[in-house]
Design a protein around this ligand. Sequence first.
Ligand code: TXA
Ligand code: MG
Length: 316
Amino acid sequence: MTTHLTTSTEEAAEVLRRGELVAFPTETVYGLGADAFQPSAVRQIFEAKGRPSDNPLIVHLWNRDQIPQVAARIPASASRLLEHFVPGPLTLILPKHEDVPAVVTAGLDTVGVRLPRHPVARSFLRACATPVPAPSANRSGRPSPTSWEDVYEDLNGRIACILQGERTPEGVESTVVDCTSEPPIVLRPGAVTVESLREVLEEVEVATESEADASGRSPGTRHRHYAPSAQVSLVEDPSQAEPSSDAAFIGLDAPAAPEAFGRVLVVPNLEAYAHDLFHFFRACDGADVSVIYAQTVPGEGLGLALNDRLRRAAAR
Ligand code: TXA
Ligand code: MG
């Protein structure tokens, strides 16, 4: 299969409606979409990515009027979050509508729903005129793709089409909130901070990693994630990084002798860290780096999501 590249949302939507796979930009990372109501198309997503079939997909919509097509009901907590954060980088776990094929939700009776705010994503989803389940458009286990070139690197020849857009602005995935539990609980920290969720819903809780893993509520968190081929080693301070020409460093503080590393990225703030993290991981793989020292950050705001991705990338 040759992978077709296009900037036309109409053309990309036509490919999807034919039952084929289309990668598309969102404000977080690129997604790999299929038509929710063509189970054989959705099955191809798992094949193309090498994704374990027990890991449910997030369904993407362009308009909230579509929610009743995929969810059986909208709990009160979800309504409040919809009002304040949607469209945007937030995924709501809702009770599943019986018509949604089991392959989309990996057999769960809940469904993840997300309305991106990215204009290209919205115009594509609108043209698709069907709910679009889409995981991140990377080979399973690899860093999420923040450019169409990243998607091409991982999936060229395995998917029908890439809708080309700019680099994704957030760089880290959506926050996943389970609204079927009382109180609602954050299963995956992401681009919407827990502090801002709590301004709207004071009672929101955050699952510890082991809770999210053990409960089976967020099956995705069980699997290895976000890892470049280089080994990722977490440091609290740049002085803990061992300089060498095949080592790289990324963090908020500059190492004493940056020229002693093969590659260094010092970011000015958490937003820039999130924007550049996966991109940096992939650049290191292209440059024969064998170890990446990544500086952890204070666990507040976007720091919670960043530390989560860093820990998962380092675990192997
Ligand atoms: O920002 C994002 O969320 C990106 C873009 C493309 O929208 N998508 C994304 O999808 O990160 P993925 O498949 O890489 O991660 C989805 C996460 C997984 O951890 C999965 O287990 C969880 O959401 N999830 C999906 N449906 C779920 C459900 N019904 N219950 C619990 N967790 C669910
Ligand atoms: Mg992913």
